[in-house]
Design a protein around this ligand. Structure first.
Ligand SMILES: Nc1ncnc2c1ncn2[C@@H]1O[C@H](COP(=O)(O)OP(=O)(O)OP(=O)(O)O)[C@@H](O)[C@H]1O
Ligand SMILES: [Mg+2]
Length: 356
């Protein structure tokens, strides 16, 4: 969160995730000890990018102009009749830089200066060109070491300015910006007492995150693009992209043709190897085993994917529901369960703005 001076949390908040596959918005509110899903909306990118950008999903760049993005956001808000103005945007992993390091014990006042000083060792951009956000991670009980463990997120100032102008043009108040990884960790693992590996599969990239007792400890980004599934099915079977997308969503890894399924396994395996390596590295450094694996991001719904993860990694694998714990019309139960993987980022950043 980049808003240390805001002490009072608003009652309603928008979470906005400008993803590569869609722009997703949720409106959430809090009351007493509870939270309500007030509204949600999205526009899928195949409706936005078809003409201007073809199928190229270029990493490290924004696909749409600020101006156009703002218009699309305004369109979603008007369509869903959302009046709330306070908004938190999630920052894609390619535009943020996340690292953790230790600082010697010091007073609270000294921390910001020490973090800025240390940041320059870890960030390739000059510190003057980035906005820094950090969390001091809690100590493991019994840890005698007096140093402070810092999780640092650095965002180029240009990126912050882009989001400020998108918010302004869409008629919103930018309450805060937050990295996707922090958002999903809050949405899916905040009150979890375990060590969880949270895998977020996206279109532009994917992240593997370690959340220890509700705190994000590590976040790594990979070039795993879930649209490859559709492209592979389309080329192996010689069918069009829409039909291939449908087959992926309905049959996925449960499809009867083993040649197709085996080709899909080959796409997933590099991600599984990364999960294994990261888990082993975490164990070596912190002496803690990953207890559960959570999948999120649209592709988590691919039939058989969760089972393939579980079988390969020999761990319990879940697709948690970011809407559980919210009040919402019961008729939406099934729809929200389906939507959960692609809305977890928007939900997580919005909840941060309510202080939940
Ligand atoms: N029900 C479903 N079953 C299988 N795959 C799905 C389903 N719904 C969405 N997907 C796939 O999920 C992907 C979109 O996921 P998501 O919405 O999480 O991406 P994104 O957030 O826009 O991407 P990024 O985070 O990289 O910007 C697409 O490849 C889409 O085909
Ligand atoms: Mg995403």
């Amino acid at each position: 969160m980049f808003n240390p001076l805001k002490i009072f949390f608003p009652k309603k908040m928008l979470g906005i995730d400008i993803g590569a596959s869609a722009i997703k918005i949720v409106e959430v509110s809090r009351w007493g000890g509870g939270k309500t899903l007030e509204n949600y909306g999205q526009i899928k990118s195949n409706l936005l990018y078809r003409d201007s950008y073809g199928s190229s999903q270029e990493k490290s760049s924004y696909l749409l102009s600020n101006d156009f993005t703002a218009k699309v956001i305004r369109g979603i808000l008007d369509e869903a009749k959302i009046k709330t103005k306070e908004a938190i945007f999630s920052l894609p992993d390619f535009s943020t830089f996340c690292t953790s390091f230790d600082l010697p014990a010091m007073t609270e006042k000294e921390i910001p200066g020490a973090i800025r000083y240390n940041a320059s060792q870890y960030i390739t951009l000059p510190v003057s060109e980035v906005t820094l956000d950090w969390q001091i991670l809690p100590k493991t009980p019994g840890d005698k070491n007096s140093s402070l463990r810092v999780l640092l997120v650095a965002v180029p100032n240009q990126v912050v300015q882009d989001y400020q102008s998108i918010a302004r043009m869409a008629g919103l108040n930018l309450y805060a910006l937050e990295s996707e990884a922090m958002g999903i960790a809050r949405a899916l693992a905040k009150n979890n007492k375990k060590v969880v590996c949270l895998v977020d599969m996206g279109v532009r990239s994917s992240t593997i995150n370690i959340v220890d007792k509700g705190f994000l400890k590590k976040s790594y980004s990979f070039n795993f693009n879930s649209n490859q599934f559709t492209q592979t099915i389309s080329s192996v079977l010689g069918i069009g992209p829409e039909q291939a997308e449908d087959l992926k969503n309905k049959e996925g890894l449960m499809y009867t043709r083993q040649d197709v399924v085996k080709t899909l396994y080959l796409l997933i395996d590099p991600l599984l190897i990364e999960v294994k390596n990261i888990s082993a590295d975490f164990f070596q450094k912190e002496k803690k085993q990953i207890e559960e694996i959570y999948l999120t991001g649209g592709p988590s719904n691919i039939p058989g994917l969760k089972e393939y993860f579980a079988e390969t990694l020999k761990k319990n694998v879940l697709v948690p529901n970011c809407f559980s714990g919210f009040l919402y019309p019961p008729i939406l139960e099934q729809t929200l369960r389906q939507m959960s993987p692609s809305f977890s980022t928007a939900v997580g950043v919005a909840l941060g703005g309510l202080g939940i």
